[in-house]
Design a protein around this ligand. Structure first.
Ligand SMILES: [Fe+2]
Length: 440
């Protein structure tokens, strides 16, 4: 399906999210900023002081239709009139400039009023995109306006979807090579997908949860703390999930494993539980295993048999062990494998514990290994990305008195078609074309 086919006659750009959501810096996004601020201004007892902000981000995805793919907007309140539009002429108290995808990373963080939350998000953003990817000049000094802005920030983050253009997003995150590797080898490693500091936080939270149970392994890790809510929405890993499993992929199981020295406890296998052979040529499940310490051969890493997914079947006992490679990667990295690739847990010869979190996702049409619990407060403290993996954006398991949820059925079909189209473009251009496809 071409981009043109995704645009209805009465639309300027394709609508690739549900009506209650919006894309970062789209016209709908601006409308909701305006509506929210108008309500905030009208409910204050005494007039708010003047305030003004502007944002100018380059390399926005092409489907949003901005001139030269530059997305910009401004907010100005003169004491009586509120103006929210695309003009960024003149002086503003705050000016944000940089790259669209880095801005979107921050725009999906809910927690502007939670101490330390935005500072942690800023650290992760700089870790992924670099210190200069998003720059802010100036600041809001009035405490009441700061409060309004914090509430606006969270309100918009709850509505803002991830960039639906897989090709553009993968390029912006430096993942085109990784998507190609998954197709060819059945796996890839994203080094340093989170900061070492965040890896330490996740490791500590994992140990707290696991030690309260059997001390070895645990499932349902999403529900053991906000560290896991953040980890699951990791933009690089979810981009690989989107590429191989399609949009609307659901959580299959979020598990943790703590292991000490000794032989590996999980023999050669694949993750295609009860899937008949030969396996389909599209991916059914994918797993990202997070390294929360440095992984070396001595630490007992996962071993993978590259290309074994082409067999489209489970391994026979001992088959492929001589072709296995140890996944060595620094703390904060994630290995992603799919297509039923063969793997096992290696022996650990060094002391101490290896602590891992396993993000196991299924194509949206499949069932998970653990039941999903949609907690409305969890949804409220996260962007729509988390709801998507809990099945909130598709039509499965949904029905009301009027019948099936055709709105979500249509939305997911459109999003899937766009994702597939962009994946094909990415794969064709990575193999033979130019380095960047940002303007395509
Ligand atoms: Fe496995």
């Amino acid at each position: 399906m071409s981009l043109d086919q995704l645009v209805k006659d009465d639309e300027k750009t394709p609508v690739l999210c549900l009506p209650h959501q919006c894309e970062f810096l789209s016209d709908t996004w601006l409308d909701r900023v305006r509506d929210f601020l108008a309500k905030e201004i009208s409910r204050t007892d005494s007039a708010l002081p003047l305030f003004s902000l502007a944002m100018r981000l380059v390399d926005a995805p092409a489907h949003l239709g901005f001139d030269e793919n530059i997305a910009q907007c401004s907010v100005r309140f003169d004491g009586s009139q509120l103006q929210v539009d695309r003009q960024i002429e003149g002086d503003f108290e705050v000016l944000v400039e940089g790259a669209y995808q880095a801005g979107l990373f921050m725009a999906q963080i809910v927690g502007a009023q939670v101490p330390g939350c935005l500072a942690e998000a800023e650290r992760e953003k700089q870790h992924l995109f670099g210190a200069q990817a998003l720059r802010m000049q100036g600041q809001i000094s009035d405490a009441r306006v700061q409060g309004v802005m914090a509430r606006l920030y969270d309100h918009m983050a709850r509505l803002t979807v991830e960039n639906p253009d897989l090709c553009h997003r993968a390029e912006a995150l430096g993942l085109a090579r990784h998507i190609r590797e998954v197709e060819e080898q059945g796996y890839t490693v994203i080094e340093n997908a989170i900061s070492p500091e965040f890896a330490d936080d996740v490791r500590a939270a994992t140990l707290r949860a696991v030690m309260a149970h059997d001390g070895y392994q645990l499932q349902w890790m999403l529900y053991h703390g906000q560290e896991f809510e953040r980890l699951l929405q990791n933009a690089p890993l979810m981009t690989l999930m989107d590429a191989s499993l399609g949009r609307g992929a659901g959580i299959g199981s979020i598990s943790a494993i703590v292991r000490g020295p000794g032989p590996g406890g999980i023999p050669l296998h694949n993750d295609y539980s009860m899937i008949p052979e030969p396996y389909p040529d599209f991916a059914m499940t994918g797993v990202g295993v997070w390294a929360l310490e440095d992984w070396t051969v001595a630490s007992g890493p996962t071993w993978i048999v590259p290309g074994s997914h082409r067999e489209r079947r489970a391994p026979n006992k001992g088959e492929g062990l001589d072709r296995g490679v140890a996944i060595e990667m620094p703390k904060g990295s994630v290995v992603y494998f799919t297509y039923g690739v063969w793997h096992w847990q290696g022996d650990r010869s060094e002391p101490g514990q290896r602590v891992t979190v396993h993000s196991h996702f299924n194509r949206g049409i499949l069932r998970g290994l653990e039941p999903k619990r949609v907690d409305v407060q969890m949804m409220h403290r996260n962007a729509p990305r988390l709801g998507e993996m809990l099945g909130e954006d598709d039509w499965f398991d949904k029905l009301d008195a009027h019948g099936r949820d055709y709105l979500r059925a249509g939305h997911m079909a459109k999003l899937q078609a766009f994702t597939e189209q962009r994946k094909k473009l990415l794969l064709s251009q990575v193999s033979t074309g130019p380095e960047s496809v940002l303007t395509s």
